[in-house]
Design a protein around this ligand. Structure first.
Ligand code: ZN
Length: 247
């Protein structure tokens, strides 16, 4: 069989990464094993959840659901070595791309001062005809803008006070699961932690009602073909957006 074209390895010369996603469980459907690898290397990784996924379980009303899902996300983060999980409490399912969302995300970037910002795929599809979800697209687009906003003291200037300064130190934004991914990271060693991290979303997974759905098998199905590109068992794919000039 012909081997697929090799991808580039992700740059791992950084100390701090902030992951900004729409929903609890977004990280665990593709990026948690990579996060586990990085926290094991001694890097700091933080999670920002724009919503609490409170509209994600059909049989559970949002007020109750919010608490359950936040608890599951905190546990799932802990499994991969993430201690900081911020919930921004924006409304699940109806996020809008625009200045208010950029403002919230710029504040997160200024507060945590990451070199890398990670988000989910925000292309229109997952590849082929599988359409992406509106919240993912809104958040990903706002992340890219907010990274720029964070570095400009004249954008959202009301945030610049006390110990909050502009932060222009984000070198790249990485979108995991993008159909245009051309970078990857070996997740073989931490793959099981990624699976455990997904399994921590128990109420959510039960709520999906997918019979005989196996998180392990599911994640392997995505990670194996990417691994082949790096000549390893498992890997996670990312699309890389350079945020500096001239790169
Ligand atoms: Zn999601």
């Amino acid at each position: 069989m012909e081997r697929p074209e090799a991808w580039q390895l992700l740059d791992e010369s950084w100390e701090r990464a902030l992951c900004i996603v729409a929903h609890p469980d977004d990280m665990e459907f593709g990026a948690a094993a990579a996060v586990a690898r990085w926290t094991r290397q001694g890097k700091w990784v933080g999670y920002t959840m724009v919503t609490s996924g409170e509209a994600g379980i059909d049989g559970l009303a949002p007020d109750e659901c919010r608490e359950v899902r936040e608890a599951e996300q905190v546990e799932s983060a802990r499994i991969v070595g993430v201690e900081t999980v911020d919930f921004l409490h924006e409304p699940d399912g109806v996020l809008e791309y625009g200045v208010p969302l950029r403002r919230l995300l710029a504040a997160e970037v200024r507060r945590h001062r990451p070199e890398i910002v990670i988000t989910g795929n925000f292309r229109d599809t997952w590849g082929g005809r599988n359409l992406n979800q509106a919240d993912h697209i809104a958040v990903g687009k706002a992340v890219v803008d907010a990274v720029r906003d964070a570095g400009n003291r004249w954008v959202f200037p009301e945030q610049i006070k006390d110990d909050i300064e502009p932060w222009g130190g984000v070198r790249e934004v990485w979108a995991f699961g993008s159909p245009q991914a051309n970078h990857a990271v070996d997740t073989t060693e931490t793959f099981e932690l990624g699976v455990e991290s997904l399994k921590a979303h128990r109420a959510y997974i039960d709520g999906l009602g997918w019979e005989n759905w196996d998180p392990q098998e599911f994640l392997e199905g995505f990670a194996r073909p990417v691994g082949q590109r790096l000549d390893v068992a498992f890997a996670a794919p990312f699309e890389v957006f350079p945020m500096g000039w001239g790169s």
